[in-house]
Design a protein around this ligand. Sequence first.
Ligand code: FER
Length: 317
Amino acid sequence: MMTCRLHRLSAMMATWVVTIGLGLAQNSIAQENTPAPRRGGFGGPIQLGPDDVAFYPAPPEGFKTSRENIPHGKVELIEYESKTVGTVRRVNVYTPPGYSSSKKYPVLYLLHGIGGDETEWVKFANPAVLFDNLIADGKAVEMIVVMPNGRAQKNDRVEGNVMASAPAFAVFEKDLLEDLIPTIEKKYSADVDRLKRAIAGLSMGGGQSFNFGLRNLDAFAWIGPFSAAPNTKPVQELIPDVQLAKDKIKLLWISCGNKDGLIRISQNIHQFLKQHQIDHVWHVDEHGHDPKHWSSSLYWFSQCVFQDKKPAKPAAP
Ligand code: FER
């Protein structure tokens, strides 16, 4: 039943090249087996190595289709006062079916990309459907899922040149740690142990997951960056102390599509982790920088997070 697997460090020596099209979240046309790297999409050429393979199959049909005959959680939009930004900010919060203040729940902070906001995950893979389904099937634990706006600036709407808001995605670290997490832990029945806090996200949110998760291991034990963007800090800054990382990380679950021009960012981190024998999942599927990759990653990551079992590769479908 358990569906994760830690990356094992064995591989062969083939590489090939794929080029992609440009877009914030677009499927792109791949040209495989071309003789040399070519620029394309965000960041440019894609060079795939032997480690850059899928650890999971595609999610089963209907994984994000609402089912009537199971219990349902809910997503609510709440507001919190951010001292960091000096405004009242919006955040969507999923509470699982049967949510009760007599239990303490683990919390996943789930972050969006450069063109998104607190509604982005609800559009790509509504947690009120995806998590309801996984919880009903006994594949994910009951958890609270917090979907904030990771653009920590006064006007945090998606307007104008979205790239110009990149610095505000770094400011969000303070907003998250000092304003949002305390709000969530006051308002909801959240377990405050670091072992019960996870951070995951797509693209800019993937970079934030690396940056905030790995540099705040006293706050987060489970980290899931999908298609991490160039806001990802150099790996030596993320992991200055290899032993500390080994001791504190419960799960570092990294994914990227093999048609995503940003893949070199995650590849680089995977290589560092491999070299230093830091356990992690490295899952490369056939997608680009797109919602299919993100919903699939959330589907698989959600089946590992907060589960104290040895991650295992799922059986072939
Ligand atoms: C960039 C390319 C892509 C960049 C950010 C992105 C800040 C983010 C993409 C996304 O979130 O989908 O050069 O620089």
